[in-house]
Design a protein around this ligand. Structure first.
Ligand code: NAD
Length: 313
């Protein structure tokens, strides 16, 4: 059993990762400043002596013992990471340096939760890990995507220069229970709008594509990468089943028996037109591929949203 630190563990993906690692009997310490995370995502572990929650901002350094560090702390949705762009950059730069420094001191393995956004508006499709990306350094998304790019650079530099045992994972769109209602991400937006019977806002003509990975598949991939003894990545983790945004909207309307109609609005600046992972490397190195069908994952996600919306009245 390992001593594991998860930064951002009170958030959407981090809390599911915590659930899985705690269930496997590991000692898990979550560091989170609760910017977009919630304690309610972790209450199920409150009385477990192997679990600890520390309210901590990763831009400050921390002294802890650990064998593994999953570094997820960073707001992931545009509404949140654009709320305070300078803070987002600090989280990605100073936060990543602090956690890499900790791993260097205590000899822990470090896994960076990077993102498909490092590919920007890609000229290569689907995106392979070898693609360097097409990113605007001064655009509205750059605090996040350039922040993650430098976080990757830091991770690779600590590996080569300081021999920290690192892993880089590029996460593509992930969905599931516990996503915030108001995070502006397409799955959560559509589900909330459909359940409330409001218009479904589709940006542009709705023909832009995305692919969606259910959170349990993603968590399995993160753990497989951390447990791999020799492969440092980067590795894409995501679901390659591509669909248009308009198709997704129609599927959610039908699954929620909603009377909502589609309403088209202007595309946000720098919104990528297509996004789909090539997961050949994950298959070869980690023997990983997603297993949860979109309908299956959406059923669980819709049930969670319904229950939380009811609880909020
Ligand atoms: N969800 C996705 O589709 C997706 C896609 C690509 C990458 N990622 C990456 O995965 C990670 C987790 O994403 P998520 O969807 O769970 O997002 P989230 O916003 O739900 O979780 C992020 C967590 O980090 C915490 N946090 C933010 N800044 C912090 C700071 N300075 N110090 C300490 N804690 C801080 C937040 O409170 C939150 O609990 C992020 O690094 C994100 O960039 C997610």
């Amino acid at each position: 059993m390992a001593r594991i630190v998860i930064t951002g563990g009170a958030g959407f993906i981090g809390s599911h990762l915590t659930d899985t690692l705690v269930a496997s009997g590991h000692e898990v310490t979550v560091l989170d400043n609760l910017f977009t995370g919630r304690k309610s995502n972790l209450v199920q572990h409150w009385n477990n002596p192997k679990f600890e929650f520390v309210r901590h901002d990763v831009i400050e350094s921390v002294l802890l013992e650990a064998e593994q560090v999953y570094h997820l702390a960073c707001p992931a949705s545009p509404v949140h990471y654009q709320h305070n762009p300078v803070k987002t950059i600090k989280t990605n730069v100073m936060g990543t340096i602090n956690m890499l420094g900790l791993c260097k001191r205590v000899g822990a393995r470090f896994l960076l939760a990077s993102t498909s956004e490092v590919y920007g508006d890609p000229h290569e499709h689907p995106q392979r890990e070898t693609y360097w990306g097409n990113v605007n350094p001064i655009g509205p998304r750059s605090c996040y995507d350039e922040g993650k790019r430098v976080a990757e650079t830091l991770t690779e530099s600590y590996r080569l220069q300081n021999h920290v045992d690192t892993r880089i994972v590029r996460i593509f769109n992930t969905y599931g229970p516990r996503m915030l209602f108001d995070d502006g991400r397409v799955v959560s937006n559509f589900i909330v709008q459909a359940l409330k019977g409001n218009d479904i806002t589709v940006y542009g003509d709705g023909n832009q594509t995305r692919s969606f990975c259910y959170v349990s598949d993603l968590v399995a991939g993160l753990i497989a990468m951390m447990q791999n003894e020799s492969f440092h990545g980067p590795v894409n983790l995501g679901n390659p089943n591509e669909m248009t945004i308009a198709e997704l909207a129609k599927l959610i309307i039908s699954m929620t028996n909603s009377k909502s109609k589609l309403r088209h609005e202007n595309l946000p600046k720098d919104d990528p037109v297509r996004r789909k992972p090539d997961i050949t490397v994950a298959g070869r190195e980690l023997n990983w591929k997603p297993t949860v069908e979109l309908k299956q994952g959406l059923t669980k996600t819709i049930a969670d949203f319904e229950q939380r919306l009811r609880a909020e009245g």
